[in-house]
Design a protein around this ligand. Structure first.
Ligand code: DAH
Length: 356
């Protein structure tokens, strides 16, 4: 009965190596071979070996048979069962292999593809310019000092001989921060900060009339003003220079800055012009122009440190003198590289920046 129910005459395949009487009438292992996924395979397995599977049903049918029949038919069913199990194992293996192959294919690395290059960073042209400035002044014996960008009114103006209501302040409008602080408008407050420290360090020698070593310092850094056009940026960089000692004269100022500019612009016959000017903290004062492509270009302000500033620092102006200068770093960078607009330096356009 049970065997009869399992007949599947529509199946053209009879792959079992079992007695024809049974295998012919049992459907083929086609559902196993056709299983496309592990879930399909489980369903196919149930079809044969499940509670109501074809083979299970064949086994159930054995109960009603005689001992001899049980023997021969039981052996035949076992053979079929083995064949089904083998087919299941083979399919399981094939599915696992296929899955592995698919995974390998999905994760394949094409070793012939060119590698992805990580872009190499570089220093910003303004940083490169500052390094260059530091190197040249360093070779002349200047040390490098750093100071705060948020400055007090006193260091930025008053100590530089620029009291409240001094007209020179109007050219230095800036961002004011609560509590009498402001974003420094120039690096000149570093003259004061550095000199104050220097005097403090050598106070006992000064008190004993032994004198102090020379001050020779530059202070590069960011500065801020309410200014914005092709040649002015609200944030820009300056480099301050200060040399104070005995017998330091305007001649030394001219030598140092002529030398500096010629080295910076790599031109031994670079022509400089010292044009009289005014700064509250220097006397006399000058602006320095360099001749560049047939034009005069202003590159820095300078002068002899005003005796009032020296006195404020506790330095005797009868014994000591010195000169100071403030140069615009972007201006030096723009002249050297022929850059037409200062804003190019701050818009982060890689096509521009990659050229440095
Ligand atoms: N601080 C001045 C400015 O930003 C530049 C300057 C002029 C600095 C003369 C100096 C100096 O040290 O002596 O306009």
């Amino acid at each position: 009965m049970a065997l009869h129910m399992m007949i599947d005459s529509s199946s053209p395949e009879v792959p079992f190596n079992a007695p024809a009487t049974i295998s012919k009438r049992l459907s083929s292992t086609k559902p196993i071979a056709a299983a496309a996924t592990p879930a399909d395979l489980e369903n196919a397995k149930a079809l044969f070996l499940g509670k109501q599977g074809r083979i299970t049903e064949l086994m159930k049918g054995l109960a009603a048979l005689s001992v001899d029949e049980k023997k021969s038919r039981g052996a035949a069913i076992n053979q079929i069962k083995q064949a089904v199990e083998q087919a299941l194992n083979e399919r399981r293996q094939a599915l696992a292999d296929a899955e592995l192959q698919a995974q390998l294919k999905a994760e394949a690395v094409d070793v012939t593809l060119p590698g992805r290059q990580s872009a190499r960073g570089g220093l910003h042209p303004v940083s490169l310019t500052m390094e260059r400035i530091e190197a040249i002044f360093g070779s002349m014996g200047f040390e490098v000092a750093q100071g705060p960008e948020i400055e007090t009114d006193w260091f930025n103006f008053t100590a530089l001989n620029t009291p409240q209501d001094h007209p020179a302040r109007s050219m230095h409008d800036t961002f004011y921060v609560e509590g009498g602080l402001l974003l420094r408008t120039h690096t000149s407050p570093m003259q004061i900060r550095h000199a104050v420290q220097h005097v403090k360090r050598h106070q006992s020698r000064l008190d004993a009339g032994q004198g102090m070593p020379e001050i020779r310092v530059i202070a590069p850094g960011r500065t801020y003003r309410v200014d914005s056009d092709a040649t002015h940026s609200p944030m820009f960089h300056q480099c301050e220079g200060l040399w104070i000692g005995e017998n330091v004269s305007f001649k030394d100022l001219k030598v140092v800055f002529t030398d500096f500019c010629r080295t910076f612009f790599e031109s031994d016959d670079l022509v400089l012009r010292f044009r009289p000017s005014f700064f509250p903290f220097t006397e006399p004062s000058a602006e320095v122009d360099v001749q560049w492509r047939g034009r005069w270009l202003e590159v820095m302000g300078c002068g002899m440190v005003d005796p009032a500033v020296l006195e404020g620092l506790g330095i005797d102006p009868e014994r000591y003198s010195g000169f100071a200068a403030g140069l615009g770093v972007e201006r030096f960078c723009m002249v050297r590289h022929g850059i037409d607009d200062i804003r190019r330096l701050f818009t982060s356009d890689l096509r521009f920046l990659e050229q440095f």
